[in-house]
Design a protein around this ligand. Structure first.
Ligand code: NAP
Ligand code: GLV
Length: 310
């Protein structure tokens, strides 16, 4: 039985090496060279793969996302009926996102945009010192990534709040859930960090109404998915000063067209969906473990709840 890999060609080679390092006996096929469709038992795929194509493999018994997100796998037509989907939960992926979150919270907190602008004008000017203990950070999504970012920001001394679907308790984090919790948390978030999965419930969640709930002059950080933000409404909030700055890693569409106003906006800091990139050698052990479990009928790990969409 064989494993189908599907992503960019360069990354596919890294995945092949990483999976073979875990299990040299694996038969790995690189899409589109799948060979006999009946031989494919697992598909390890990233965003470019068409889910309709996976219906070609009659013996497919596991689909694995090459990242934490699975929105690309669940959009219509979705995975073939009855085939379980797993995501990655990976310490290095989490570490990368924590670094991106800390970098960008500190960027705005320490007035880095203002100091860069002063430097460009060769002006020696001291700005008022920021107070960490009064810069409240709200995190949308308290899962693998949001939870780790919360812990790192707490350790730096920021008051941290978090919003999840189910009620949660996390030491030191003021936890919210549900629509009332959303409004309450946003009303207190001087910095709002989005680390939600993209689902029908969360698409467009960062719209005019939500941005209007933030304290005036708040900052927005989005490293989740571009579809969480209504981009024109964020631009309007930046123009009005309601949002004082945004760090954006994800967009709709990607790549963001070169004429989009975000590129040249003085209050927008962009990265090209690079906040945290999967490292195949770090992720391969859990993929191989899941393959072994699928073959022996044991419970799979890191399974996605297809009903919830994450
Ligand atoms: P996760 O472990 O599944 O956590 C998701 C969190 O969001 C959970 O706390 C969940 O609540 C909450 N949530 C989901 N739907 C909600 C809703 N309708 N209302 C309120 N809360 C909701 O996911 P993760 O591993 O932290 O990853 C989050 C996302 O980050 C991924 O889906 C992906 O899109 C993105 N990502 C981006 C990059 C990048 O480089 N830009 C890298 C990796 C991941 P419960 O705790 O109640 O379930
Ligand atoms: C990256 O975007 C991921 O979902 O892992």
């Amino acid at each position: 039985m064989a494993v189908l890999l599907s992503t960019k060609p360069a990354t596919m080679e890294d995945w092949r090496t990483a999976l073979l390092a875990e299990d040299p006996g694996l038969d790995i096929r690189m899409f589109p060279d799948a060979g006999d469709p009946a031989a494919i038992e697992a598909a390890v795929v990233w965003t470019s793969h068409d889910m309709a194509e996976l219906r070609r493999y009659p013996n497919l018994r596991l689909i694995v996302s090459m990242g934490a997100g699975v929105d690309h796998l669940l959009r219509p037509p979705g995975p073939p009926p009855g085939v379980p989907v797993a995501r990655l939960k990976d310490a290095r992926l989490t570490q990368g996102m924590t670094e991106w979150a800390v970098l960008n919270v500190l960027r705005f907190h320490r007035q880095d945009l203002e100091y860069r602008a002063l430097q460009a004008e060769r002006r020696w000017e001291e700005l008022p010192a920021p107070e960490t203990s009064s810069r409240r950070v709200g995190i949308l999504g308290l899962g693998e990534l949001g939870g780790a970012a919360a812990a790192a920001l707490l350790a730096l001394g920021f008051p941290v709040m978090g919003w999840s679907r189910a009620p949660k308790q996390r030491p030191g984090v003021e936890c919210f859930h549900g629509p009332v919790g959303f409004d309450t948390m946003l009303g207190r978030s001087d910095v709002l960090l989005c680390l939600l999965p993209l689902t029908p419930e969360t698409r467009g969640i960062l719209n005019r109404r939500a941005l209007g709930l933030l304290p005036r002059g708040a900052y927005l950080l989005n490293a989740a998915r571009g579809g969480h933000v209504v981009q024109e409404e964020l631009l309007a909030a930046l123009e009005s000063g309601q949002v004082a700055g945004a760090a954006l890693d994800v967009f709709e569409p990607e790549p963001l067209p070169s004429d989009h106003p975000f590129w040249a906006h003085p209050r927008v800091v962009m990265t090209p969906h690079a906040a945290s990139i999967t490292i195949p050698s770090s992720a391969a052990p859990q993929v191989v473990e899941n393959l072994r479990r699928a073959r022996t009928g044991r419970p799979l790990i890191n399974l996605v709840d297809l009903g919830a969409g994450y």
